[in-house]
Design a protein around this ligand. Sequence first.
Ligand code: PGA
Length: 256
Amino acid sequence: MNKNLRKAVIAGNWKMNKTRPETLALINEIKPLAADAGCEVVVCVPFTNLETAVGAVKGTNIKVGAQNVHFEKSGAFTGEISADMLVEAGVDYVIIGHSERRRYFGETDETVNKRVKAALQAGLIPIMCVGELLWEREADITQEVVARQIKLDMAGFSSAEVKKTVIAYEPVWAIGTGKTATSEQAGEACGLIRSVIAKLHGKDTANAVTIQYGGSMNAQNAAELVAMPDVDGGLIGGASLKSADFGEIIKAASVK
Ligand code: PGA
């Protein structure tokens, strides 16, 4: 599988962190570190910081992402934000189906599927998250769980839609825990995802899809993880809040 066929994406998932002035400061620190990046660099900030972030990245190669999106165009959905609203705000990417959304906010494969579709229709690039729980890995059903999520979350997608979707493989036991999947585990799961897509949509589509690893990726382990043949960058939580660490990860993903 030729890594050069696809784009590596390094995306920071800031989660519920940073005020507006802090957003501006952190992006200003990231700018020089991302200037020569050989990968796509994205910062996914809280909704209230989107406007600040979009303004701050103007004229740079850094893209801005949101952390969720609703599937309806408008209506009585208190607390939700539509894909068109994100586009209007100047957003390019949106994280969908993060395990924290699935765990704390009742997100299901069905709602993830609808949200990813709505994002694609509006012209956003979804970063669709999948990954097994600790007990599922221990019960040796990781492959089955991840394959099922891919099938359900992308149900009804055309090959063109699959190609436009970034997939983040994030083993839930590795998120925010400091426990990183080994590069072999990450590579194996991302390879499995690619083979599931190949079966459903053919090899060309599978080869074109960006599949990231996420879960305690940091300045020390990034190089080994992103060097795996099927790992195309990362979705980074904690380490994306420290510019120096995020810069090191960008560097690691820029090596051809
Ligand atoms: P982490 O988070 O890097 O802090 O483990 C990753 C994520 O939740 O996307």
